[in-house]
Design a protein around this ligand. Structure first.
Ligand SMILES: Nc1ncnc2c1ncn2[C@@H]1O[C@H](COP(=O)(O)OP(=O)(O)OP(=O)(O)O)[C@@H](O)[C@H]1O
Length: 490
């Protein structure tokens, strides 16, 4: 068994740090157990701070639990299938409470999780069972719609001293000797992530009686290495070149990304105009050297670029600011990734349309302008959405508005065609036709009588005959028409 599992807290007292959060969680659990339903408990915090641990301990307080993890498929149907029913119904026997656990809800994405957010929102609305959700990123757009339906608990990184004391306890239990400063270095490097601290300790202690500072090389410096934000923060917060160079050694990001991120965040940290100006001067110099490195492949230029974008920018400020500044990702990279997700969406829609219309994706995409026009009409849009099996967000390819579900037509008396109504209608039609026939007969008679006075009786007879023939035809034609109209009406 991994040490992280072996030393996972077995009760609430064992959980380190986050004292206020622990108290709120205990109160929430007690309320449910006393028969007072509560909003969903939403635990948000960085990895390894105890979200899963808390969820497990809460589950122990209820008679049953259902869990859905990031590794499970979390489409609308999958979520509704696994937790939809469980969350909105009571057990037949004794109304026992069943805890629903939804992990990493900020990680819902892609085809496999299509409709996942919609399902969670529905569950949060209808649930009568306790729910605990977890997420790492408090700023994720994916969790925005959940937050106001939940009791949000922010878990903070665990303090270095608490981590050191836990690592000591583990060493004692595992019979491993240690030097305190080594454990402290491990704890600091973990940056509040207890899982990574315990994992590192396990790697270092494998087959050893004692862990020393030499063993520290066995474990790579933690996330600081890949976390560009940490490097950017050090550059903008510090004025000590040694610290900044240390942070730069740990970061493994592409220099262009680092340059973009420093550029983006300078005005979020620096307050004076002239220091912002100096910092951007350094950035433009760094950019020139970076460009040269790429174009000439003389990568020694990178060194200059790195120095300018880190120490150069750091020393541009007059003083260090003690404030909380929310740093942002590079907008250029964000736009690029947004475009990529837009393209992915278009391809998905084209695939669905192509499948139904038996065309390639390319042909389907070429038809998009026509679809855009057709999708302007609510009813057509709804029908097409159903026919092609498009999700709400996929419709955005053709229109920005949501497609309204058409209202059912008001239940008028069904226009069933009874034999009574048909005969009534037919009668009125017949009388109309009869009147018209009479009129034409009268006209014909008039015409024939006038012609009789002018022509001879023989010729008048002939003419009468020839006049009467079309009249008969007219009559037949009229009744035929009547039959057709009746038939089509039926
Ligand atoms: N507050 C804590 N007190 C004691 N041990 C902890 C605490 N937080 C984490 N741990 C240790 O770290 C391990 C991982 O913690 P846990 O799975 O709860 O983290 P998490 O916040 O859910 O992380 P992730 O978001 O990556 O799933 C646990 O098995 C436990 O050993």
């Amino acid at each position: 068994m991994l040490w992280t599992e072996k030393y996972r807290p077995k009760n609430f007292d064992d959980v380190l740090g986050n004292i206020k959060a622990k108290k709120e969680i205990l109160e929430w659990t007690a309320e449910w157990k006393n028969g007072n339903p509560q909003k969903c408990l939403f635990l948000i915090g960085p990895p390894g701070t105890g979200k899963t641990t808390f969820a497990g301990l809460i589950a122990g307080e209820f008679s049953d639990s259902v869990e859905l993890n990031a590794s499970d498929k979390r489409s609308y149907d999958a979520i509704m299938g696994v937790v939809g029913e469980a969350s909105s119904s009571m057990t037949l026997f004794g109304n026992r409470l069943k805890l629903i656990i939804l992990d990493e809800v900020d990680g819902l994405h892609g085809n496999d999780d299509r409709g996942g957010s919609r399902a969670i929102n529905k569950i949060l609305k209808d649930a009568i069972q306790p729910i605990v959700m977890m997420a790492n990123d408090p700023y994720s757009n994916r969790i925005k719609s959940f937050k106001n339906k939940c009791q949000v608990i922010n878990l903070r990184k665990v303090h270095t001293n608490s981590i050191v004391s836990l690592l000591k306890k583990v060493c004692v239990k595992e019979g491993v000797k240690f030097e305190e400063h080594v454990l402290r270095t491990l704890a600091k490097r973990s940056n509040g992530d207890l899982r990574s601290a315990i994992n590192d300790l396990e790697i270092m202690a494998k087959g050893e009686e004692k862990i020393t500072s030499e063993d520290l090389d066995l474990v790579a410096p933690k996330d600081g290495r890949s976390n560009v934000f940490d490097a950017v923060r050090t550059i903008l917060k510090s004025k000590t070149p040694a610290n900044i160079k240390g942070a730069m050694r740990q970061v493994e990001a592409d220099p262009s990304l680092l340059l973009e991120m420093v550029t983006e965040n300078i005005p979020r940290e620096y307050e004076k105009k002239d220091e912002i100006e100096k910092a951007y001067e350094m950035i433009s110099q760094a950019d020139i050297y970076l460009g040269r490195a790429f174009s000439t492949r003389a990568y020694t230029y990178w060194k200059y670029a790195y120095e300018l974008m880190s120490v150069g920018v750091a020393l541009s400020k007059d003083e260090t600011y003690k404030k909380f500044a929310r740093y942002t990702n590079s907008s250029v990279y964000t736009i690029l990734s947004k475009n990529r997700s837009k393209r992915d969406l278009q391809n998905r829609v084209a695939e669905k349309i192509g499948e139904k219309l038996h065309t390639s994706k390319k042909v389907a995409i070429s038809q998009f302008p026509y679809f855009e026009i057709m999708f302007q009409d609510d009813d057509i849009a709804y029908n097409m959405m159903t026919y092609f099996g498009l999700e709400d967000d996929e419709v955005k390819v053709f229109r920005s508005r949501k497609v309204k579900v058409p209202k059912k037509p008001k239940t008028k008396k069904k226009s069933t065609i009874t034999s009574k109504s048909v005969s009534k209608e037919a009668k009125s039609e017949e009388t109309k036709m009869d009147k018209e026939t009479l009129k034409t007969q009268k006209k014909v008679k008039k015409a024939s009588s006038s012609s009789a006075s002018k022509k001879s009786t023989k010729s008048s007879k002939r003419s009468k005959k020839s006049d009467e023939e079309p009249k008969k035809e007219e009559n037949n034609g009229g009744s035929k028409e009547k039959q057709v109209s009746l038939f089509s009406f039926k």
